[in-house]
Every structure is written in structure tokens, then in C-alpha cells.
Design a protein around this ligand. Structure first.
Ligand SMILES: C[S@@+](CC[C@H](N)C(=O)[O-])C[C@H]1O[C@@H](n2cnc3c(N)ncnc32)[C@H](O)[C@@H]1O
Length: 237
């Protein structure tokens, strides 16, 4: 695969199918395990509680899905949805081997732009590092709005460009000097070179808030975290 300036949905699906075997290891190594803290914050801010029916959209290998499953307990249900079958296979195998008791997870192959769920079906939703990757952000937010029950929330975790110039330079250096070389070692250079252009195109906090409100949500707040290098957008229907 070569590096491009624009990526289609099919390109993105191919990238995530291909990186499935190394995705977890890279996430852990590159964030020094911190992504688990950010993901737990996302689950907490989604408002998910015991007994809820929850959605983890763009679930990938299922980190947020398993945290949500622990949050909703044995009487709740969690659906992990993604359009890359290789990611779903990794997720199902990994969660089954680590947490055999988390048996109320369903893995569903689905496009975030056309969700196969009824209106007002979910009590809470999460999405981690997915919004930056969909080809139509307004449409994805409209779909999330449609499938959530009135008064419930989605919490959306993703990269963010820090306002502070020094942090911004640090983030750029980290992506160029650490992330891409590490991915290159694992034979995934082109796939991770995609991260920077995807971040350049991604709307930042205030714009995300506007997009959330335009999709119909009644409240939208963006919380910069990790020195502004990451952010969590919380939308209430
Ligand atoms: C960077 S991974 C994030 C995985 C996981 N949520 C995490 O936080 O580790 C992004 C995921 O979004 C999925 N994705 C991208 N566009 C999608 C779409 N239109 N519909 C469903 N899944 C999509 C990819 O297949 C990939 O698994």
C-alpha cells in the first residue's frame, strides 16, 4: 500500500484489516499503556451503567467494548461494531480468551454510516479513534444520534491537536520520530503514515461540538486530555 492524501472507505477498511495482528501491541507500546486510562474515561463519560444496552462503534480489537461490558455487568449487553472483519475476529478471540465471563458481547460487522440498529435502541455509546477515520463525520454523528435513546450519551475519544505550541511540536515529533518508525519495524509504515494526514483533516474540539449539535444532539462538550494531544467529545441526545 502507498501513502495517499485522500483515502476511500475501502482503503480504510483494507488498512484496518491489515493492521489487526499488530494493532494492540502498537497501541500499548506507543501510548505506554495510557490508552487504557483514556478509554476508561470514555466509558465513564458515556454514562453507561449496570444493565444497559450499549454500543461500541468502530470497536476494532475491542478495548472499549470489554471495558463497557465490565461496566454494564452480567445483566447488560454490549455490541461491538466495526466494518473490518479481521478486527472483529481479533476482538472476539482476544476478549473470549482473557475474559470468558464477558459473554454478553455481540460482535457485528457494520458500517458506521449506515448502522443496522433500530432508532432509540441504545442506553449509551462509545467510539475510540473511529470518528477521524469515517469518510462522512456528519453522517456518522447522525447515525449515533438516531440509535441512542433520548437523554443518553455517546463519548467519542480521538487524537487532538494541542493548542499549546510546544505540545503541538512534541506531538508532531512523536508521530514522525516514534510512531511511524515503530510501525515500519513491524512492516506497517504506509498504514501508520496515514495517521498524520487523517489528523490534519480531523475537525478540532470546537468544530466537533458544532458538528454534534448540527447532528441533533442537545448538548455537546469536548474535553482535551493528555495535554491536549487527545480529546473526548461527549454528546447528549
Ligand atoms: C483506529 S481503530 C480504533 C479501534 C478501537 N476503537 C480502539 O480504540 O482501539 C479504528 C476502527 O474504525 C473502523 N472503521 C473505520 N471506518 C469505519 C466505518 N465506516 N464503519 C465501521 N468501522 C469503521 C476500522 O475498521 C478500525 O477498526
Amino acid at each position: 500500500m502507498t501513502t495517499k492524501s485522500t483515502y476511500t472507505s475501502t482503503d480504510i477498511q483494507a488498512i484496518f484489516n491489515r493492521i489487526a495482528p499488530v494493532y494492540d501491541r502498537l497501541n500499548n507500546d506507543l501510548s505506554l499503556g495510557m490508552h487504557w486510562v483514556w478509554k476508561q474515561m470514555t466509558v465513564t463519560w458515556s454514562g453507561a451503567k449496570a444493565g444497559d444496552v450499549c454500543l461500541d462503534l468502530c470497536c476494532g480489537s475491542g478495548d472499549l467494548t470489554q471495558l463497557l461490558a465490565r461496566q454494564v455487568g452480567s445483566v447488560g449487553t454490549v455490541i461491538g461494531a466495526d466494518f473490518a472483519p479481521a478486527q472483529l475476529e481479533t476482538a472476539a478471540a482476544r476478549v473470549a480468551s482473557i475474559y470468558p465471563s464477558l459473554d454478553r458481547i455481540e460482535w457485528v460487522e457494520a458500517d458506521a454510516l449506515d448502522l443496522p440498529f433500530a432508532d432509540s435502541y441504545f442506553d449509551a455509546a462509545t467510539m475510540g479513534y473511529g470518528l477521524r477515520n469515517v469518510t462522512d463525520i456528519p453522517r456518522c454523528l447522525q447515525e449515533l444520534y438516531r440509535v441512542l435513546k433520548p437523554g443518553t450519551k455517546v463519548a467519542i475519544l480521538d487524537f487532538h491537536r494541542p493548542d499549546n505550541n510546544l505540545m503541538r511540536q512534541f506531538q508532531q515529533w512523536y508521530l514522525d520520530a516514534i510512531v511511524v518508525p515503530k510501525a515500519t519495524q513491524l512492516g506497517m509504515m504506509a498504514e501508520y503514515a496515514y495517521l498524520n494526514p487523517s489528523l490534519d483533516r480531523f475537525p478540532m474540539g470546537a468544530e466537533q461540538v458544532k458538528l454534534g449539535l448540527a447532528a441533533g444532539f442537545s448538548r455537546a462538550t469536548h474535553y482535551p486530555i493528555a495535554g491536549g494531544m487527545m480529546g473526548i467529545l461527549v454528546l447528549t441526545k
